[in-house]
Design a protein around this ligand. Structure first.
Ligand code: NAD
Ligand code: TDX
Length: 332
């Protein structure tokens, strides 16, 4: 039984991890979350108040972070500004939260000595050509493209330096694109599902041929728990599930599952600097920690995700119009 502090636990993946931990362990969980536009306290509904609490606050608030670290055995750091498109129109909060926020947590970890796990992304490695046979590994050099991915890369490098220079007991994981329930409607899959529900045609950036490597959020959560339990301090683990698909293929799967013609989508203005392809080689976490993904059938995972958005309209509806109004400004 551990006392876990989860930053960003009211967001998409952080809340998935909190539900996963509550279901699969006896750990006590505290979420530290600022509840930005991307955080939703309702994503944490139904958790046992004897084992769970939400603290609303900023990871850049050092005295608050110090107080919370003193009461916990480990921190799992999910909090971030997470959307590439927002980082192109307004990068400032990305530097504040992703870089300065991570620095604040690392300094507190140095003072308190608690175990620290850092959640990062495959985007720190830049992108691959569509026909490149290679995938990203833990040895791939960092080469981020966007303000979002460069701030995540910067935060990873801070973690490595704090391990080596100050002996902070940290691990890092870099995961591919997640899908599942409770993802903000600004992101690709929920945007297209809720568009179809609203009678709007899905929007594909550019020619729609960019490739992402999809993993179910529950598989990401089980991998993070394996690293917390068995990971080697100072190591980095890539997390993936062999889920490569072009954006066109994903939209066609969504349209088919929602009884629409599979060509009922529009091509719109491309994302500046749009990464072509991500692909993860997850051999290390499989061989060294014995972890494997459970959700291997993307179509049924998408069908469950569609069912969740249909059943939980009151969760996403308040964000839908303002999100689409933002996209309107960039022609997307
Ligand atoms: P999200 O945007 O859904 O959630 C982010 C959460 O962090 C929100 O609840 C928000 O309120 C909170 N937050 C933001 N700034 C904060 C601050 N200064 N202090 C405290 N809380 C703050 O993001 P997500 O998609 O769940 O991503 C979570 C983490 O996983 C991020 O670190 C992201 O880089 C990483 N990641 C995401 C994916 C993906 O596919 N979504 C893939 C790999 C890695
Ligand atoms: O309307 C859209 N149309 C479209 O074609 C949107 C919103 C996106 N796209 C494309 C862009 C990408 O090629 O779909 C792909 C996925 O887009 P996003 O959901 O914005 O994800 P991505 O930019 O790949 O980043 C995600 O995965 C890695 C997360 O948002 C990051 O937090 C994570 O680090």
């Amino acid at each position: 039984m551990r006392r876990l502090l989860v930053t960003g636990g009211a967001g998409f993946i952080g809340s998935d991890f909190v539900h996963y931990v509550m279901e699969h362990t006896d750990d006590y969980v505290t979420v530290l979350d600022k509840l930005t536009y991307a955080g939703n306290a309702r994503s944490l509904d139904g958790l046992d108040p004897q084992r769970f609490r939400l603290v609303i606050g900023d990871i850049c608030d050092a005295p608050l972070v110090d107080r919370l670290f003193a009461e916990h055995d480990a921190v799992v750091h999910y909090a971030a500004e997470s959307h590439n498109d927002n980082s192109l129109t307004g990068p400032e909060p990305f530097v504040a939260t992703n870089v300065v926020g991570t620095f604040t947590l690392l300094e507190a970890a140095r003072r308190s000595g608690i175990r620290y796990h850092h959640i990062s992304t495959d985007e720190v490695y830049g992108d691959l050509e569509l026909d490149d046979p290679e995938r990203f590994t833990e040895q791939t050099p960092y080469n981020p493209s966007s303000p979002y991915s460069s701030t995540k890369a910067g935060s990873d490098l801070l973690v490595r330096a704090w391990v080596r220079s100050f002996g902070v007991a940290a691990t890092i994981s870099n995961c591919s694109n997640n899908y599942g329930p409770r993802q903000h409607v600004e992101k690709f899959i929920p945007r297209q599902i809720t568009n179809v529900i609203d009678g709007i045609r899905p929007r594909l950036y550019g020619d729609g041929r960019n490739v992402r490597d999809w993993i179910h959020a529950d598989d990401h959560s089980s991998a993070v728990l394996a690293i917390l339990d068995r990971g080697v301090i100072g190591e980095t683990y890539l997390i993936g599930a062999d889920g490569e698909k072009s954006n066109r293929e994903v939209v066609e799967i969504i349209l088919r599952a929602m009884d629409q013609p599979t060509d009922a989508y529009d091509l719109v203005t491309d994302r500046p600097g749009h990464d072509k392809r991500y692909a993860i080689d997850w051999t290390k976490i499989r061989d060294e920690l014995g972890w494997e993904p459970r959700y291997r059938h993307f179509e049924s995972g998408i069908a469950d995700t569609i069912a969740w958005y249909r059943a939980n309209e009151e969760w996403w509806r308040p964000q839908k119009a303002s999100t689409e109004a933002k996209y309107e400004l960039t022609g997307q």
